[in-house]
Design a protein around this ligand. Structure first.
Ligand code: HEM
Length: 489
């Protein structure tokens, strides 16, 4: 029945938000609108191809598109923020609600285990969410004394690392050092997570030389393994590749055990973790936290620094805010308005997670806040294209907030505030939305705010390349690794 519908080309969606069909093969597009071994390393171009020609449409097909391949489930792609919000709110474990689509994360699940907060759906997800609630909750991390404790250890870590960088530069006698900031950030982020959050005591050198490279290679392998699972076998069958993969897995396993080892003595945030789950039941989630949190926080901090490295004026404004700031508590951070606007704008223009995958579990009617309606057939893969939504002139452009949507302009948040809008009123989905939003949001913001604020406080930095290119895999990253000319203030 469905195959017939697909062959005849009948649009299977209903309502006033009906998507238009994207041709599978057509000349003149950046690439094909679906992933294959030749283009899967360029997911943003795949999404861009889906919107080719959309500007000529005046109906809902301008923002809602679908792909149909006979015999396979439909794929709905949307960049309409109202529809994105409605679907995110309608995701969860209640009958008929959307699931998170596991297929784009299949490689991750094969590496970490599938019973995790990130990967699972239904009652298993609900159980996982309850487990994670206490240590991640806004109320636990943001109680003044708890926050202070974390702020101190986090800040100590950041200060120690940056001090090394500062000394290196002072000793070199050179005024300017050309350096990629992303690798530095990655180690600081993993250190904060392992040593401060999980209360472990792993040396900087071990993190930098062993664990960060191992996790990096594993993440890259997870992406390959999602699109072309057989690459795993090819990789495995080559002697050196297989040995390296095995060593990386071993290192990851070891780091997971180290993170878990603080539980018994209630180190770090473990003391807030009240559960009778065994360590074995937690292991897979710890793996997700270690790899996922490292990836997302590194991405966000790298983007923020990459944007700041292209505008001296903003860098100076952030410096003026943080130069006398010796404590980062929620109040101080709130006062740092430019820094906050920079972080929010970073997530809007360059979201770390560029699309949010969902799957319709039944034939489902979805309604948006302004009366839009769409019936999505059961089994449809839904791609919520946050990257293109946030760059769409219609939603984020000059007419709405005074600046072009594709421009990095933290000032737009001031303009929106003047119209009485708060960041939460116009979601950019940088931390998701609804029941499956990011539980690490407050921790992530704290880490990224600390790292970006501390770097601006000590250094001036300027981008070496004028053009900012994007790498997208599990998350997005500046393609140049945040290559800057760094100077001590
Ligand atoms: C600042 C950096 C971060 C960003 C930008 C970020 C972004 C996101 C986004 C957009 C989602 C929603 C995905 C979806 O709806 O499909 C998400 C979910 C998630 N994040 Fe984060 N995240 C960050 C930091 C963290 C940290 C520090 C942790 C943990 C230590 C974490 C753990 C998770 C988990 C477990 C989920 C899945 C939640 C669920 O499905 O219920 N994230 N994150």
């Amino acid at each position: 029945m469905k195959i017939l519908e697909q062959i005849t080309g009948r649009n299977p969606f209903e309502g006033n938000l009906i998507p238009s069909r994207v041709a599978l093969f057509q000349r003149g597009r950046p690439t094909q609108p679906f992933p294959h071994p030749g283009n899967y390393r360029q997911p943003l171009r795949i999404l861009e191809s889906i919107y080719c020609g959309a500007e000529q449409e005046s109906g809902p097909g301008r923002h809602n598109r679908y792909l149909s391949v006979p015999g396979l489930p439909y794929v709905l792609v949307t960049r309409d923020p109202k529809l994105i919000r409605a679907i995110l709110i309608d995701t969860g474990d209640k009958p008929g609600q959307f699931d998170r689509d596991e297929s784009p994360a299949a490689g991750i699940a094969r590496a970490t285990g599938s019973d995790t907060l990130l990967y699972s759906n239904g009652t298993l997800w609900h159980r996982q969410k309850k487990l994670a609630a206490a240590p991640f909750g806004r109320t636990s991390l943001f109680q003044p004394e708890k926050f202070h404790e974390f702020e101190q250890t986090f800040r100590h870590t950041v200060a120690e690392r940056l001090d090394k960088l500062r000394k290196l530069q002072a000793e070199s006698g050179e005024k300017v050092t050309r350096i990629k900031l992303e690798p530095e950030i990655q180690v600081i982020m993993l250190e904060m997570l392992v040593n401060n959050f999980f209360g472990a005591d792993v040396t900087y050198d071990e993190l930098r030389n062993r664990y960060v490279p191992a996790i990096g290679r594993l993440i890259s392998w997870m992406v390959d393994d999602t699109v072309i699972p057989r690459s795993r076998n090819i990789f495995k069958n080559t002697g050196a590749g297989r040995a390296l993969l095995d060593r990386d897995r071993e290192a990851f396993q070891e780091l997971t055990d180290i993170a878990l080892s603080g539980r018994k003595e209630g180190k770090g945030l473990w003391k807030q973790f009240k559960s009778d789950a065994t360590n074995d039941q937690l292991r897979n989630n710890i793996r997700v936290f270690l790899a996922g949190a490292l990836e997302a926080t590194t991405s966000m901090a790298s983007w923020a620094l990459s944007h700041l490295s292209r505008t001296g004026k903003l860098q100076r404004a952030v410096f003026e805010e943080v130069k006398e700031m010796n404590e980062y508590d929620p109040d101080n951070l709130k006062q740092a308005r430019t820094l906050n606007a920079v972080l929010t704008e970073t997530l809007r223009l360059t979201p770390s997670l560029y699309f949010l995958p969902r799957r319709a579990t039944v034939d489902r009617w979805v309604e948006t806040s302004d009366g839009g309606k769409i019936r999505i057939p059961k089994g449809t893969h839904v791609v919520l294209d946050v990257w293109h939504s946030n760059r769409c002139e219609e939603f984020w452009g000059r007419e709405i907030c005074g600046y072009k949507a594709v421009r990095f302009a933290p000032e737009r948040w001031e303009k929106l505030a003047q119209q009485g809008k708060r960041p939460g009123d116009i979601p950019h989905f940088g931390f998701g939305h609804g029941p499956r939003a990011c539980p690490g949001k407050y921790l992530g913001m704290l880490e990224v705010g600390l790292v970006v604020g501390a770097i601006v406080k000590i250094f001036r930095f300027r981008a070496v390349k004028s053009k900012q290119h994007v790498l997208a895999g599990v998350s997005t990253k500046p393609a140049d690794g945040v290559l800057v000319d760094l100077q001590l203030r």
